[in-house]
Ligand binder design. Structure first.
Ligand code: KG4
Ligand code: ZN
Length: 333
C-alpha cells in the first residue's frame, strides 16, 4: 500500500510517499527556517502563506522522486494536529482535495503519533516499545503497546525540551532554530564546571524544565557568560547534560517498571547528541535491551513519518476531520 502524506504543522512543507508504512519511496522537505530566522521564531501567518506557495510543488516533487503517478497512490494522508492551525489547514485541505478528486481514501494523522512512527521507517521494529518523545512542543514518555494502542505515562508540566533549548539558545545569542546550535556548542564545553538543578515533579513520570531554564538564565547573567566564550560553552554543556540525565533516568525507570525491553526516541530533539549518546549507553547497564535511534532525517518534522503513521495508526478517515492546535498523546494512567 503506497501512501502519499503531507506535513505542514509548523515551518516545514513536506510531502512523502511510503510503502506499507516502512519503505520510503520519496521524502521531500522544504524548510522555512531561513525565512523565520530573521524574526527569531516562527510567525504563524507567514508560515501558512509559504505552505500555500510550496505545497503543490512538494507533491509534484515527491511523485517525481518516487517515479509514480497520482493514480498509483492508494491513499492520501495529512497531519491534522497538533500544530499551527493555519499551517495545518494547508496540508490537510490539499490532502482532502486530492483524496476527493482522485477518489482515494483520506487518512488523518496526529503529528505526535507521526513522530513515534518515524521509528518504523527503514526498520522492522514492532511494538511493544517505550518511546521518549521530545520535540519543540512536547515532551512525553509513551508506551506503544500495539500499533493502535498508545499510552502516555508522563509529560512535561511546563516547557517542552525543544522550547527550553530554543530559549536558552536565544539568550546565548545563537539564533533560531537554537536546539542544534546549542547542541553543537555544548559539545565543546565542560559539563562538570557548573551544576544545574534537575526539575522535580510530584508525579513519577512527568517532567519540568522551567526551573532549569530560569536557573540557566540566571547563571548566564551571574557569570557574565555572554562575553566569555569558554563560560558560554561550559554552561551549554551543563544544560545539555542535565536535560539528558533527567530524561533518561525516568525513561529507564519506566521501562524497568513496565518490563519493556525496547526503547526508542522520537521528535526533533531526538537529534540531540547527548540524548542519543546516553540512550545508546543504556546497553552497558541493560545489554539485553534493544535501543532504536531513528535516523536524524526522520527525527525533525517530515512527511515520511506521517505516511507511516497513516498506515499503522490513522486517527480518522473522515473527510470532515477538522484540524486541531493542541492535543498531546492521550494520557493512559
Ligand atoms: O519535532 P520538531 O521538528 O518540531 C515539533 O514538532 O516541535 O522539533 C523541533 C525542535 C526545536 O525546538 C529544535 O530546536 C529542536 O527540535 N532540535 C534540537 C536539536 N535538533 C532539533 N534540540 C536539541 N538538540 C538538537 N540537536
Ligand atoms: Zn514535530
Amino acid at each position: 500500500m503506497k501512501i502519499l502524506a503531507l506535513e505542514t504543522s509548523c515551518d516545514e512543507t513536506a510531502c512523502a510517499i511510503v510503502q506499507d508504512g516502512r519503505k520510503v519511496l520519496a521524502n521531500i522537505i522544504r524548510s522555512q527556517a531561513d525565512f523565520h530566522q530573521q524574526y527569531g521564531g516562527v510567525i504563524p501567518e507567514f508560515a501558512s502563506r509559504q505552505h500555500i506557495e510550496a505545497v503543490n510543488y512538494t507533491v509534484q516533487e515527491a511523485l517525481s522522486q518516487a517515479d509514480l503517478s497520482l493514480e498509483s497512490i492508494d491513499a492520501i494522508a495529512a497531519t491534522v494536529g497538533p500544530g499551527l492551525v493555519g499551517a495545518l489547514l494547508i496540508g490537510a485541505t490539499t490532502a482532502k482535495t486530492l483524496s476527493w478528486a482522485m477518489q482515494k481514501p483520506f487518512l488523518a494523522v496526529n503529528h505526535l503519533y507521526g513522530h513515534i512512527a518515524a521509528n518504523y521507517l527503514d526498520t522492522d521494529l514492532s511494538p511493544p516499545f517505550l518511546c521518549l518523545l521530545v520535540s519543540g512542543g512536547h515532551t512525553q514518555l509513551v508506551h506503544i503497546k500495539a500499533y493502535d494502542d498508545i499510552v502516555c505515562y508522563g509529560q512535561t508540566r511546563d516547557d517542552a525540551v525543544g522550547e527550553a533549548y530554543d530559549k536558552i539558545a536565544r539568550v546565548l545569542g545563537l539564533g533560531y532554530p537554537g536546539g542544534p546550535k546549542l547542541d553543537k556548542l555544548a559539545q565543546t564545553g565542560d559539563p562538570k564546571r557548573y551544576t544545574l538543578p534537575q526539575g522535580k515533579t510530584d508525579t513519577p513520570w512527568d517532567f519540568s524544565f522551567s526551573g532549569l531554564k530560569t536557573a540557566t538564565m540566571r547563571l548566564i547573567e551571574k557569570e557574565n557568560a555572554l562575553i566569555d566564550d569558554a563560560k558560554k560553552a561550559d554552561i551549554a554543556a551543563a544544560f545539555q547534560a542535565t536535560i539528558a540525565e533527567t530524561l533518561l533516568k525516568k525513561t529507564v525507570k519506566l521501562a524497568e517498571t513496565l518490563e519493556v525491553t525496547t526503547l526508542s526516541l522520537a521528535g526533533g530533539v531526538a537529534a540531540n547528541s547527548a540524548i542519543r549518546a546516553k540512550l545508546a549507553d543504556i546497553k552497558h547497564t541493560h545489554p539485553e535491551w534493544t535501543i532504536v535511534l531513528p535516523p536524524l532525517a526522520y527525527c525533525t518534522d517530515n512527511a515520511a513519518m506521517i505516511a507511516s503513521s497513516a498506515f499503522f495508526n490513522p486517527i480518522s478517515s473522515d473527510l470532515g476531520q477538522e484540524v486541531f492546535s493542541r492535543s498531546p498523546v492521550p494520557l493512559g494512567v
